[in-house]
Design a protein around this ligand. Structure first.
Ligand code: HEM
Length: 182
């Protein structure tokens, strides 16, 4: 006699860590302040780079490139680390998950992209050396730096828009055979 087999209803994915409401609110505040401050810091870099590239005053350009180091080490690096850590904690401690929804995963990739662009393509120290003693900034390199920080700004603005819109679509990762059988 055939045995009737019932498939168990798909259980919701287990959520391993659930912060208390007060902890979650604190994480949200830290995350919003750090990530939006990072947008402001990068906007400051865009302004300084455009000024340094357009000005005919080599001394002003040199000062602008030197100030960028202060912004990066005093703002960009700590803010991106805090935004990344708090974002990952919020994602893992909520129904959003880190790799469950497109908007969260896209934000993770965007922030990693911003950090990599800063590390590999943004070179204010070299530009400061090139303009030492009031030498005019090399125009091509100046505009390249403007393009790099503008790209970072575009990525951060996209992340901000995704945070507010939170598109519902989930990521359809390919399930393994074992997972399908269970
Ligand atoms: C790239 C820079 C980022 C910006 C500008 C940003 C901005 C924001 C903002 C403004 C919110 C509040 C949205 C609301 O009103 O609910 C938010 C929430 C959130 N962010 Fe980010 N974020 C960034 C990076 C990240 C990263 C890297 C992750 C995770 C890997 C992340 C995960 C989250 C999660 C899960 C929430 C929602 C919390 C909730 O409503 O439960 N964010 N983000």
């Amino acid at each position: 006699m055939p045995v009737l087999q019932t498939t168990p209803a798909a259980a919701p994915a287990p959520q391993r860590w659930r912060p208390r409401p007060a902890t979650r609110k604190l994480l949200m505040i830290v995350h919003i302040v750090s990530s939006v401050a990072l947008v402001g810091e990068v906007w400051g870099l865009v302004l300084l780079n455009v000024t340094a590239t357009l000005t005919g005053d080599g001394t002003l350009a040199n000062s602008a490139y030197r100030l960028m180091g202060v912004l990066v080490f005093g703002g960009g690096i700590p803010l991106s680390v805090i935004a990344l850590a708090s974002g990952i904690a919020l994602a893992l401690g909520s129904r959003w998950g880190l790799a469950r929804h497109y908007w969260v995963f896209a934000k993770l990739l965007l922030l990693v992209g911003v950090v990599l662009a800063g590390m590999l393509l943004f070179t204010p120290e070299a530009m400061a050396d090139a303009t030492a003693g009031g030498a005019p900034p090399p125009a091509g390199r100046g505009w390249w730096q403007v393009a790099v920080v503008s790209g970072q700004l575009a990525m951060l603005l996209t992340a901000t828009a995704l945070s507010v819109l939170k598109p519902r679509r989930r990521i359809a990762w390919r399930r393994t055979r074992a997972a399908e059988r269970s």
